[in-house]
Every structure is written in C-alpha cells, then in structure tokens.
Design a protein around this ligand. Structure first.
Ligand SMILES: *Cc1c(COP(=O)(O)O)cnc(C)c1O
Length: 412
C-alpha cells in the first residue's frame, strides 16, 4: 500500500481564482456583449526591456557555437550575476552582502516555498494576515501546521498576525513565542509597507526571541517613499536574523523568464535540538545543489542586463507605467469616496468595500455594475474579509476606462 502525504489533504483548495473564473464566466454567458475589464491581474503585461532582449540574443548565439556553448552552470548561479546583484542591489544601500550569500534560482515562489525544508518541523511559524498564500501552504504540506479550522478560517498551530486598517497594516508582535516570521514588504495583497523604524523593531524582536525572519522583497522596486527600506539588510542587525527573497518577475517582467534569488548571510543561525548553533547558509547550499541544477544561462545573462545602468533605467520606465496606473486607480477611488490603502509603494490597491460589504459581495457588485473584475480580499486570509484588491498591471487604456466606469456606473 502506498501511503500519501496526508498533510496535502489539509490544504484548502485554490478556491479563490477558480471561483473568480467561475463567476466571470457565468456573468459573460448572461451578458455576452459586456466588455469586462480585469483589474485583478497578478501578472505583468508589458514586454521585456530592450537591453534584456539584446542580452538574450547574444546569449543564444553563444549557445549556437561549441566554443562558447554552456552546459550545466553553478547551481548557485553564475558569478557574473551574483556579483552584479551585490554591486547593483546591495552595495549602493550599504548592505553588506557577499556573492556567496546569494543563491540564484528560477524564481522567488520556489524559494519561498522550499526554504521551509531546512527548518525543523516543530517550529512555530507566524504569517501576516492577509498575505501571499505560498508561505502558509508550503508549511501545511510539510506538516508544520495543525488542521484547518473551518469556523475561524485559520490553520491550528500557526500564528496569524492581522494587518488591517485598525493597526495601519503594521503587524503586532505575536503574544506567544514564534520561531519563523514571514514578512512580505511591500505586501501582496495590501500594497502596504513597513517603515525603517518598524522593520528595525522586527529585527530587534527576532534577535531577542531567537527567531528567523523570512523577508519577501519581490516588490522592492515599486517603493517610492524614502523611509521604506529597499532591502531588510539596510537595517542594523538584519544580517544576523534575516533571509531575503527577491525576484526579477515584477521588477523586470520576468514572470515568464523565471529568475529570482535568495540571500542567506553566513551569520544567520538556527539551532539543533541539543542547542548547537547551525548556520543556515551551508544548509541551503546543500539543499540547492542537491535539488536544483541552476537557472538557464541565457536567463542569467538577461538578468545581468537588468542590473546594468541602462537596464535599471529601462525597467524603471515600465515600473513607472504601472505606478501611473496605480495613481489613476487611487484618484478614481478618491473621487467616489472609497477608502483604500497601498498604491504608493506597490502595484496593489487594497480597498475597503463600501457600506461594510463583504469581499465577495463587492466582487459581484463591481462585476455587475461596472463590468470590472478584481480580487476579493477574503481569499488572502481571514483578515482580508471586507477588503478587495485591484492591481495596476493592466494596460493604460483599460485602466483609465475601468476607473471611468467606477466613477459613473458603480451605485454607491
Ligand atoms: C509574484 C510574487 C512572487 C513570485 O515571484 P516569482 O519570482 O515569479 O516566482 C513572490 N512573492 C510575492 C509576494 C509575489 O507576489
């Protein structure tokens, strides 16, 4: 008899996007002439930057010649890319990160999901609520959580840190000890951030409590406010407690290219049951080299191009394009008096559904009255109930059109 990993059976179905698709398709069936616009897109839409295309062509040509052809590369990523990351991302921010603390991968989702493997199963994890579902689900799969509590909408044995308008989306420190703390900043879905002072408090907390912070900085390039750190390693002491995940996906349109990286300073430690200190960097190195064979050479050359001076300028133009959409959405919501958060340091706008409506009620209202699709906040965690996510990843024209409809068609 083959036994299955029963932890998988505790998972809650990927109900959110399936249910959105179901409701949209039912609406279209009944209203075949309706022009439905999606402001729910969680993927970039604009093409790769010219420097990236150039680097790709060049790398493809190298692969066509035996003299320059590359087979397996280092599992951790080529030195040219790891060094470019140090020089462009960390050194200018006075963040002391060395290239052998960087592990290049096929994206931040895999890394955020896989990292939990190097931690013991008895650790208590803390997640902000609402948040990107990967952190929780991968811990459920590993058996690090209890069962799903239907009534409360939470998994047992997980510490949820509610982030709502009431606490300004700043998580409170857990009331009981936690070992692993997931922080996503700027946050998906709320688009909110932590200031330098707030993040410093978390680093201090982790240090005092012997916890590790797993910091997802997938949206750091969208930050516009000076007081929001671009990397957790800008914070004193973070080198001793934090692992950082980064990605070229939302930064440079690499969602279909696949490249990200994880930073594990050699000074971050866990402990064995007997109390011995154990560095995380060599453990992740062992995991990565055993289970991963490196990101495509041509993709790493493309990522290197993103980090060049010209590349940085070109990707910022696209990010500005999205953030301009975000502004348009925010101004539209201002005009109709809908309260919202985010949209300043992230391509996400997290609105409070008017008249105390529930997330799904507002979804139906927006779809029926304005023919706009967004994402119900309740799908990202119980504290997302009553909220709703709009994204700035659409094209300019449809974003403007959608905002016009919010202003003219939505009955508030
Ligand atoms: C999109 C996203 C990622 C995944 O990035 P990939 O590098 O494409 O795997 C990771 N974290 C958050 C919060 C995201 O929104």
């Amino acid at each position: 008899m083959t036994l299955v990993n029963e932890n998988y059976l505790k998972l809650q179905g990927s109900y959110l996007f399936a249910e959105i698709a179901r409701r949209v398709s039912a609406f279209k069936k009944e209203n075949p002439s309706a022009d439905v616009i999606s402001l729910g897109i969680g993927d970039v839409t604009q093409p790769l930057a010219p420097v990236v295309i150039e680097a790709l062509h060049k790398a493809v040509e190298e692969m066509a010649d035996a003299k320059t052809f590359r087979g397996y590369g280092p599992e951790q990523g080529y030195a040219f890319l790891r060094e470019a990351i140090v020089n462009t991302i960390y050194a200018p921010r006075k963040a002391q990160i060395e290239s052998d603390e960087i592990f290049v991968s096929d994206g931040a989702k895999s890394d955020c999901g896989n990292i939990q493997e190097i931690f013991g199963n008895d650790n208590i994890i803390a997640i902000t609520d609402p948040v990107y579902p990967v952190y929780l689900d991968t811990n459920v799969m590993a058996g690090r959580t209890g069962l799903y509590n239907e009534a409360a909408g939470i998994f047992d044995n997980v510490v949820y840190m509610p982030c709502t308008a009431e606490n300004n989306f700043i998580p409170d420190f857990p009331k009981k000890h936690v070992d692993i703390i997931y922080i996503c900043c700027p946050n998906n879905p709320t688009g909110t951030t932590l200031s330098r002072k707030q993040l410093s408090a978390w680093v201090k907390y982790a240090k005092e409590n012997d916890s590790v912070i797993l910091y997802d900085a997938a949206y750091s390039y969208y930050i516009t406010q000076e007081d929001v750190p671009r990397t957790i390693y800008e914070i004193d002491g973070a080198r001793d407690v934090a692992v950082e995940f980064r990605s070229f996906s939302k930064t440079a349109g690499f969602t279909g290219m696949r490249c990200g990286y994880t930073v594990i300073p050699k000074t971050v430690f866990g402990h064995t049951k007997s109390g011995m200190k154990q560095a995380l960097n060599p453990m992740w190195n062992r995991r990565h080299t055993t289970k991963f064979n490196g990101t495509a050479y041509i993709v790493q050359r493309a990522a290197e191009a993103v980090l060049s001076n010209e590349g940085q300028k070109q990707i910022m133009q696209t990010i500005d394009y999205y953030m301009n959409n975000a502004k348009t959405i925010c101004r539209g919501l201002d005009a109709v008096g809908i309260k919202y958060f985010g949209g300043i340091n992230a391509p996400y706008i997290w609105l409070k559904a008017p008249n105390s409506m529930k997330s799904w009620e507002f979804f139906d209202k927006l779809l029926n009255e304005a023919n706009i699709v967004g994402t119900p906040g309740a799908g990202f965690g119980p504290s997302g109930e009553g909220y709703f996510r709009l994204t700035a990843f659409g094209d300019r024209e449809s974003t403007i059109k959608a905002v016009e409809r919010i202003k003219t068609k939505l009955k508030l």
